[in-house]
Write a protein that binds this ligand. Structure first.
Ligand code: URP
Ligand code: ZN
Length: 452
């Protein structure tokens, strides 16, 4: 990370500004951590006299857009057996900042039997090292006679606005349909949203059992154990539960054409859909890579899909059926996967990185290819997450009075992604060698000015 300067008075001049209702070439002024004013041309209201402590940034040829909001990261995720996802809140947030993300949402994942509120307190302590704004979603990993009351306290007293349930991983954190319905009914009464990991867990367990009995251990069987039809079936189930309960639902990391079609069939205004860059860039051939370290780095759930699925997701982005591109950032170190080299694929820790690369990848593969324009780009990476998770209009938008969380982007610059130079803590990067167009030059987060 470059130098950080503090200033309560920041003038950005000559920038292409992606504002809430317009694109303009002009100046933008921030005071006391808020966007105070912006306007076209070289105008600047006289009433804002700049003193010597003001920071003036010449952004000629550069683009200014709202700081990215990634509503789905897993920093310091405890997966048991003493293994944690690679990034701490410090290293993960450094990576986020370097990639132009100024706000993340992570998760509280209480152990079964643990109080939600106790787990929340502990997780809040862990977020203290974050360099970016950090909010938390609450995962509901079991339903017991305390859950409804604790959910109410989470919302009414602790600022939680979103709960997460898993339809997979039923042995540890996943829930059956009856319990998901209870979570949704409770959340609906609290006007909270429920995020859902949509994969039919029981069927996946059965497929894993069959593959096991056939000694199919290799990473290539990971997608075989989690076919796209099981995502689509889960999406359909969730939509029914949402309709019955009246609960707003956010489908995390949608990966497949059939999953997207299931949403499209029943889409109504309370359903939001997220996908992730890895589903937009890669396909399942990555699991056939001969190098175990590389092939296993793509083990995430849901798995990578076919090129047809990938194109369908881009189509969903273009026609607004997908609302958010988040990352599900959860990389592990090579050593954490090493011990499973000759073991069954389903024991490999699940998850991949992306918080540092997301904005560059969406800019390169979305904006530069003409699939999305700059306004839609900003919606996908910042405005929509802010709206869905209750941060709008303070965050996710350039408008007067909004928080001064901004990215100054150099579109003329290209970079090559590499684990040798990235900021995140993992020693492998699933985008190794990928070129991205554009680069974060400066991030403003409140009164902090960070040169990247
Ligand atoms: O494979 C994944 N998605 N890992 C991250 C943890 C989770 O399930 O969201
Ligand atoms: Zn996740």
């Amino acid at each position: 990370m470059g130098k950080t300067r503090l200033s309560n008075s920041i003038l950005i001049q000559n920038a292409q500004i992606v504002a809430e209702h317009e694109l303009l070439l002009g100046n933008l002024y921030c005071r006391n951590g808020k966007i105070e004013w912006f306007g076209p041309g070289s105008s600047f209201p006289e009433k804002y006299s700049l003193d010597s402590s003001a920071e003036v940034i010449d952004a000629d040829g550069l683009i200014v857009f709202p700081g990215g909001i990634d509503p789905h990261v897993h920093f310091n995720l405890d997966i048991g057996g003493g293994v944690f996802s690679a990034d701490s809140f410090l290293s993960g947030s450094e990576a986020a900042l370097a990639g132009g993300t100024t706000t993340v949402f992570d998760f509280v994942t209480p152990a079964r039997g643990e109080s939600l509120l106790r787990a929340l307190d502990q997780r809040i302590d862990e977020t203290a090292g974050s360099l970016v704004h950090c909010y938390l979603h609450m995962s509901i990993t079991e339903w017991n006679n305390q859950t409804a009351a604790e959910m109410a306290i989470c919302v009414n007293e602790r600022g939680i606005r979103s709960f997460k349930v898993y339809m997979a991983y039923k042995d540890k954190i996943g829930l059956g349909d009856g319990d998901i319905m209870k979570v949704m009914e409770t959340a609906a009464k609290l006007d909270a949203i429920v995020m859902v990991h949509c994969e039919m867990g029981d069927a996946i367990e059965e497929l894993k059992r069959i593959l096991s009995s056939e000694s199919k251990r290799d990473v290539r069987y990971h997608p075989v154990s989690r076919p796209s039809g099981l995502e689509a079936a889960a999406v359909k189930r969730v939509l029914e539960l949402s309709e019955k309960s009246g609960c707003r639902v956010y489908i995390v990391h949608l990966s497949s054409k059939s999953g997207l079609s299931a949403v499209s069939d029943a889409r109504h205004k309370h359903i939001y859909v997220e996908t992730c860059p890895h589903y937009l860039i890669f396909d399942e051939s990555r699991y056939l890579l001969p190098d175990y370290d590389k092939a296993s780095s793509y083990v995430m759930s849901p798995p990578l899909r076919s090129t047809v699925d990938r194109e369908a997701l881009w189509q969903g982005i273009e026609d607004h059926r997908i609302d958010v591109i988040a990352t599900d950032h959860c990389p592990f170190k090579k050593e954490d996967r090493q011990e499973y080299r000759d073991d069954f694929f389903y024991k490999i820790p699940n998850g991949a990185g992306g918080v540092e690369e997301r904005i560059g990848l969406v800019y390169t593969h979305g904006v530069r290819t003409g699939r999305v324009d700059m306004r839609r780009f900003v919606e996908l990476i910042a405005t929509n997450p802010a709206k869905i998770f209750g941060l709008f209009p303070n965050k996710g938008v350039i408008r007067r009075g909004a928080d001064a969380d901004l990215v100054i982007w150099d579109p003329a610059y290209s970079r090559k992604i590499s684990a040798a130079t990235h900021r995140q803590a993992s020693d492998i990067n699933i985008y190794e060698g990928f070129e991205t167009v554009g680069k974060v030059k400066t991030v403003i987060i409140g009164n902090r000015i960070i040169r990247i």
